[in-house]
Design a binder for this molecule. Structure first.
Ligand SMILES: [Zn+2]
Length: 320
């Protein structure tokens, strides 16, 4: 980063032993505002189910690794998209399968993968073109940011590859809207998009200071209302936790985080909705009829399973 420049900048601090620090600066009327993101170096890749991915291995296989298709993970910045992608890669990584990744930057090096890092001279779309000539089985494109990348990613999906990527958007249905806004046709989207996954991170209750208690009537009421809305039977007869805080969790009551997920499988019926130009509202309605469960449902499951609390979930998803 340039010290003397009074303009918005993106940069990195590489001095610290265990962390890469991503820095963003923005001049404002008082001076400059900095946002620093800490990324642990050499962090081990976590198993996708340890990250909180709902369902079984069979469900996972239904959602990823289909030839001639694209899987997109959608979430705002800092909600764990990259970590999930790495877990997927690790899961799919086998000696007989050729996987190439195009990343900005390469955050974790995985043995057996061909990892390409974007620099000032290259772009996702340019690198993707080159990669396609090498005909890998699976391609990870760090992010679909522009029309060109979107178009080539779709092409790659249509020509026998399995493509994994991410998009900055709020949920899995909005992925369709974003792709449409980039100028991709309903035909291309419906014929190639196989799965759209969205996620958020919530804090886990601290294992050292958590105190068991029953759900109170207010919480039960809230959870039951959500269950009714989405046709899910939530069992609130179990326990939840108070989070008083201790030294271990720096008096926050929480330690580490867990992902909550929603998975939109693009079934033939959803393809039909996309093909005929239906709005995201209509697509969501159809998906709900077909057992699509929005983020909130997995969030409530994580509360009932004792990973987090309703208050904590509410900070992310506005439950009540
Ligand atoms: Zn604690």
């Amino acid at each position: 980063m340039h010290q003397e420049k009074q303009e918005a900048q993106d940069g990195r601090i590489l001095l610290y032993e265990d962390y890469n620090i991503r820095v963003s600066s923005q001049p404002n009327v008082y001076g400059e505002k900095f946002v620093l993101r800490l990324l642990k170096k050499n962090e081990n890749i976590k198993n996708i189910f340890d990250l909180g991915f709902p369902g079984t291995e069979e469900d996972l296989n239904k959602s990823i690794n289909k030839r001639n298709s694209i899987t997109i993970i959608a979430a705002p910045t800092g909600e764990g998209k990259t970590t999930t992608l790495y877990s997927f890669m690790d899961y799919l990584n086998k000696p007989e399968i050729n996987i190439t990744t195009i990343e900005d930057p390469v955050e974790i090096r995985i043995k057996g993968l061909n990892q390409i890092e974007i620099d000032n001279k290259s772009s996702f779309s340019g690198s993707l073109r080159t990669v396609l000539r090498q005909d890998p089985d699976i391609i990870l494109v760090g992010e679909i940011r522009d029309t060109e990348t979107g178009e080539i990613a779709i092409q790659a999906g249509q020509t026998g590859h399995y493509v994994l990527s991410t998009i900055h958007t709020i949920d899995s249905v909005e992925v369709i809207t974003r792709l449409r806004k980039m100028g991709l046709s309903d035909y291309d989207i419906s014929s190639t998009l196989a799965t759209s996954i969205s996620q958020r991170l919530v804090r886990r209750v601290c294992p050292k200071c958590k105190v068991e208690r029953k759900f109170n009537d207010r919480e039960k009421k809230i959870i039951e209302a959500i269950g009714k809305k989405y046709n899910v039977d939530f069992d609130t007869s179990g326990i939840t936790y108070e989070t008083p805080g201790c030294k271990y969790c720096n008096n926050t009551g929480f330690y580490d985080r867990i992902g909550i997920f929603e998975i939109l499988n693009i079934t033939d019926e959803i393809k039909e909705e996309i093909m005929t130009g239906k709005s995201s509202l209509e697509i969501r309605k159809k998906a709900l009829e077909q057992n699509y469960k929005p983020l909130l449902v997995d969030g409530i499951n994580k509360v009932i399973q004792g990973y987090t609390t309703l208050e904590e979930l509410n900070k992310k998803l506005l439950v009540f």
